[in-house]
Design a protein around this ligand. Structure first.
Ligand SMILES: *Cc1c(COP(=O)(O)O)cnc(C)c1O
Length: 737
C-alpha cells in the first residue's frame, strides 16, 4: 500500500536519515527551529562549512551532507540528547492548546483566521523573499502570531531570484546580480490536491490567463502561502512575473500586485480557507480588496455599494511610508490595460472604478493609488509609530475633507521585533537564568524586565564582549571573501585579519542606502570624524552594511564615498563594510555592536526596527528622534539620555543642508563628550559600570515595549477585534527606567 505520507517532502527527507536523526526532517521543514533556544548549533554542527556554503538552508544541508557524517552524529549521545530536547520542545509547541490567543482572543477562530498579506517576508536568510524592514516585520509578525497562538495565515509571492545580491567592485561601486533560489531544496512544499496535482489558480494579467501555483512554508503554527507563476503552461514572460522582488517597471509591478492581491484571495479560496480578517501590510496587496468585493457580489447578488460595508468590516490596513512618492500609484492608462475586463465584474463603470483609487475625485489625470484604495475599503488604518501615525494623518487628510487633521481615522501600532529571533542565544541564556526560564514567552510582561537589574554587571559585560568578538570575526571573514572575489592581492586579502578590534568601542550602521538615511552623515566633517576614529587612547570603529536599490544612483554614490573613506591609512582598520546585507549579517551586527547609529532625515523613518533588535542584545541606540526612537528614548531630569542618545534633539528645519550640519555636529559632540568617555571609563576589572547601567536601562525599557508579542497583542485587541475603529493618538504606556 502506498501511504500518502510517504510522498510529503518531510517523509522523503526523513527516509534518507539514520533512524536516530529522523526527526531532523520535521525540524528542517518548519522555520520554528530558527528561533528555538538551540538555534546556533543544531544544523550548523552537522557540518559548519557545508552550512555556510548552502546559505544556512536546513534542507539543502541535509540533502548534501554525507551519510558518513550523519551516521557519526547518529551515534553521538550528546548530539542526540540535544536533538531530543529540541524535538520535545517542538512537539509541545506545535500541540499547545492553551495559548495567549485562546485566552484573550477566542473570537479569532481557526476556521476564520487572519490572512496577512505582504509583498515580502523575512523569516530567515535561507528564504530570500525579502528586501528589508517591511519583510522582516512581516516575518516577525508571523512568528509572534504563532507563539501567541493567533490563528493566522500569511500570503506572499515566491520570487525565483528574490531581491538582488550586492557586490562592490574595486572602485567601491555597487554591482547587482541575481541568483536562482533552489525551490526543490528549500523548506517549501508545493501544494497539491488529492490526485497529486498542484493547486492552480488563474488570474488574468492583461490579455492572458496566468496560472499561479502555491507553496507552503511552515512558520511554527502559522502557514505562509507563497504564490509562484513559474510554470511550464504559462507564457515565458509570465513565468517571470514572480521573478524578482521590487525589480522591473510599473507594468511588472502592477502585474505582481494583481497576482498577490487577486491571486492571493483565490489561492485561499482554493485551499478552503475563509479568512475572518484580511490584513494588508502596506498598499502592495490592496487589490485583494477588489477580489473580496467581487466574491461577495457573486455570493449575494448585491451591488458593490451594498456590499462595501461588509467588506470593509473584514479588512484592515497598515501603512508604512511617510513620503507621498513612496506609495504605489498606477496611471489610468495602466489601470485600463489591466482592469478593463475586471471592473464590470464589480458592476462598476470605469469612472466609478478609478475613483476607488483617486486621491481627488473628478480629476482625469489622478493616478490610481494603492494606499487610497486601502484607506477607502478598510475598516481600520494604522501607521507604525506614534510619529508616523501623525505624519500619515497629515498626508492623507485630503481624503477626509470633512475632518480636521487630527481626527483623520489613521491610528498607529508601533512596530516591534521578534525577541527570540534577534536575541543572541548567549544573552537569551542569561535572561533565562535571571529573568525567567521562558522569558521570551513573557516579553510583554513588565514584571519580567524589572529583573534585569539583578544581572551582575560583569556577567552581562563579558557576554556582550564575546558577541562583539563574534561580530568582528564575521566582518573579517566576509571582507576577506569579498577581497578574494575581487581578485585583490594576497597582502590585501591577508590584511583583512587586522581589521577591527573587539576591545574598541564599536558602532554599527546597517540599513538600505537610501539618501534619506544619510549613510555618510558621519563624514560631513571628515577631519573631525577622522580624529574621533583614529584616537590612540580612545579609538572608535564602525561597521557598515546595506544595499542601495539598483535604480538608486545617489545611494550607490554614498556607498562609494564610504569605501573611499575606509582606504585612508588612519582608519583602514577602523572602518569595515560588509557586503550583501542580509538577516545573518544583521543578527551578527545587532548582537555585537556597542552603539547602533541611525541618522535619517526626520520624519522619513516610519518606524525602523533594527535599533530595537540591538536593545535586546544590550546595545545602545544613538539616533535621530524619528520613528520608534521618539517613543523609546528617555532622559533624566537634566535632559541626559538614560537608555541611549538622541541626535539633534528637537531642532528641525526644512533646510536640508542646515539640518545635516545640525545633526552631524550633534553626533560628533555626543561621541566626543558622552559616548566615548563613558565607554572607556572602565574599572580595574575592565567593566565600564556606567555604560552597563545604560545597557540595562535599554534592555528593560525597550525590551518591554518594542517586541512583536506586544505588537500582535495590540493588533489583536485594537485592530482585529470586530468593530474596532482606528484609535487616534492612543499611545503606548512608557516604561520608566
Ligand atoms: C531589521 C532589518 C532591516 C530593517 O532595518 P531598519 O533600517 O531599522 O528599518 C533591514 N534589513 C535587514 C536584513 C534587517 O534585519
Amino acid at each position: 500500500m502506498v501511504s500518502i505520507a510517504s510522498s510529503t517532502p518531510t517523509a522523503r527527507l526523513s527516509a534518507k536519515l539514520p533512524r536516530s536523526l529522523k526527526r531532523l526532517a520535521d525540524l528542517a521543514h518548519n522555520y520554528w527551529w530558527c528561533w528555538a533556544a538551540d538555534q546556533v548549533s543544531l544544523f550548523e554542527l552537522i557540518n559548519p562549512d557545508e552550512w555556510e556554503r548552502c546559505g544556512h538552508n536546513s534542507i539543502a544541508l541535509l540533502e548534501t551532507v554525507s551519510y558518513e557524517r550523519l551516521t557519526q552524529l547518529a551515534i553521538d549521545p550528546l548530539y542526540l540528547k540535544r536533538l531530543n530536547l529540541l524535538v520535545a520542545d517542538f512537539d509541545r509547541y506545535m500541540a499547545a492548546e492553551n495559548t495567549w490567543a485562546t485566552r484573550v482572543a477566542p473570537q479569532i477562530s481557526k476556521t476564520h483566521p487572519v490572512a496577512y498579506f505582504c509583498a515580502e517576508f523575512g523569516l530567515h536568510e535561507s528564504l530570500p523573499v525579502y528586501s528589508g524592514g517591511l519583510g522582516i516585520l512581516a516575518g516577525d509578525h508571523l512568528k509572534s502570531a504563532s507563539d501567541l497562538g493567533v490563528p493566522m495565515v500569511g500570503i506572499g509571492l515566491l520570487y525565483r531570484q528574490g531581491y538582488f545580491r550586492q557586490r562592490l567592485n574595486r572602485d567601491g561601486w555597487q554591482e547587482d546580480y541575481y541568483v536562482d533560489a533552489p525551490f526543490d531544496r528549500m523548506p517549501l512544499k508545493l501544494l497539491t490536491d488529492e490526485q497529486g496535482q498542484p493547486y492552480v489558480v488563474e488570474v488574468q494579467v492583461r490579455q492572458r490567463i496566468v496560472k499561479v501555483q502555491i507553496w507552503q512554508v511552515q512558520v511554527g503554527r502559522v502557514a505562509l502561502y507563497l504564490l509562484d507563476t513559474n510554470r511550464d503552461d504559462n507564457d515565458p514572460i509570465d513565468r517571470w512575473l514572480t521573478g524578482h522582488l521590487y525589480g522591473g517597471n510599473q507594468e511588472t509591478r502592477i502585474a505582481q500586485e494583481i497576482i498577490l492581491g487577486i491571486g492571493g484571495v483565490r489561492a485561499l479560496q482554493a485551499l478552503g480557507i475563509e479568512p475572518g480578517i484580511y490584513h494588508l501590510n502596506e498598499g502592495h496587496a490592496a487589490f485583494c480588496l477588489l477580489e473580496v468585493s467581487r466574491l461577495e457580489i457573486q455570493r449575494t447578488g448585491k451591488s458593490f455599494y451594498d456590499i462595501e460595508a461588509s467588506v470593509r468590516d473584514r479588512c484592515v490596513f497598515t501603512t508604512h511610508t511617510p513620503v507621498p512618492a513612496g506609495h504605489d500609484v498606477f496611471s489610468a492608462d495602466l489601470m485600463d490595460s489591466f482592469f478593463a475586463q475586471y471592473w464590470g465584474q464589480l458592476g462598476l463603470s470605469r469612472e466609478q472604478f478609478l475613483a476607488l483609487g483617486a486621491r481627488r475625485l473628478g480629476d482625469p489625470w489622478e493616478p490610481f493609488g494603492m494606499t487610497v484604495l486601502a484607506l477607502r475599503l478598510c475598516r481600520t488604518a494604522n501607521g507604525v509609530s506614534e510619529l508616523h501615525g501623525q505624519v500619515s494623518r497629515q498626508m492623507w487628510h485630503v481624503l477626509y475633507p470633512d475632518k480636521t487633521e487630527d481626527t483623520v481615522p489613521i491610528g498607529y501600532v508601533t512596530n516591534g521585533v521578534h525577541a527570540s529571533t534577534w536575541t543572541a542565544s548567549l544573552l537569551g541564556d542569561l535572561y533565562s537564568q535571571y529573568l525567567d526560564e521562558h522569558w521570551f514567552d513573557k516579553v510583554f510582561d513588565p514584571q519580567l524586565w524589572a529583573k534585569v537589574d539583578q544581572i551582575p554587571d560583569e556577567e552581562l559585560w563579558w557576554r556582550h564582549m564575546v558577541l562583539k568578538e563574534r561580530l568582528v570575526a564575521h566582518a573579517r571573514f566576509r571582507i576577506k571573501q569579498s577581497r578574494k572575489n575581487r581578485g585583490e592581492s594576497p597582502d590585501t586579502i591577508a590584511a583583512a585579519d587586522q581589521i577591527l578590534d573587539p576591545n574598541i568601542l564599536t558602532i554599527g550602521f546597517a540599513r538600505r542606502f537610501s539618501p534619506y538615511k544619510r549613510g555618510d552623515l558621519l563624514l560631513r566633517d571628515a577631519d573631525r570624524a577622522l580624529k574621533i576614529f583614529s584616537s590612540l587612547e580612545r579609538p572608535v570603529q564602525i561597521i557598515f552594511s546595506g544595499k542601495a536599490h539598483p535604480a538608486d544612483e545617489e545611494g550607490k554614490r554614498i556607498i562609494q564615498r564610504l569605501m573611499e573613506w575606509c582606504k585612508q591609512p588612519a582608519v583602514q582598520n577602523r572602518v569595515a563594510f560588509v557586503e550583501d546585507y542580509d538577516m545573518y549579517t544583521a543578527r551578527k551586527l545587532v548582537q555585537g555592536v556597542d552603539v547602533w547609529l541611525n541618522n535619517p532625515r526626520r520624519p522619513l523613518e516610519a518606524s525602523g526596527t533594527s535599533g530595537q533588535k540591538v536593545c535586546f542584545n544590550g546595545g545602545l541606540n544613538c539616533s535621530v528622534l524619528d520613528g520608534w526612537w521618539c517613543e523609546g528614548y528617555q532622559t533624566d531630569a537634566s535632559g541626559k539620555g538614560l537608555n541611549g542618545w538622541a541626535i539633534g534633539e528637537d531642532a528641525h528645519t526644512s533646510n536640508q543642508e542646515l539640518q545635516d550640519k545640525i545633526d552631524s555636529d550633534s553626533l560628533y559632540k555626543l561621541l566626543e563628550e558622552e559616548i566615548v568617555p563613558l565607554y572607556y571609563d572602565q574599572d580595574s576589572d575592565g567593566v565600564p559600570h556606567g555604560w552597563v547601567t545604560m545597557m540595562k536601562n535599554s534592555i528593560k525599557t525597550n525590551g518591554l515595549a518594542f517586541n512583536t508579542h506586544r505588537m500582535i497583542a495590540d493588533y489583536v485587541t485594537r485592530v482585529y477585534a470586530p468593530g474596532t475603529k482606528a484609535e487616534i493618538g492612543q499611545s503606548l504606556a512608557k516604561v520608566p527606567v
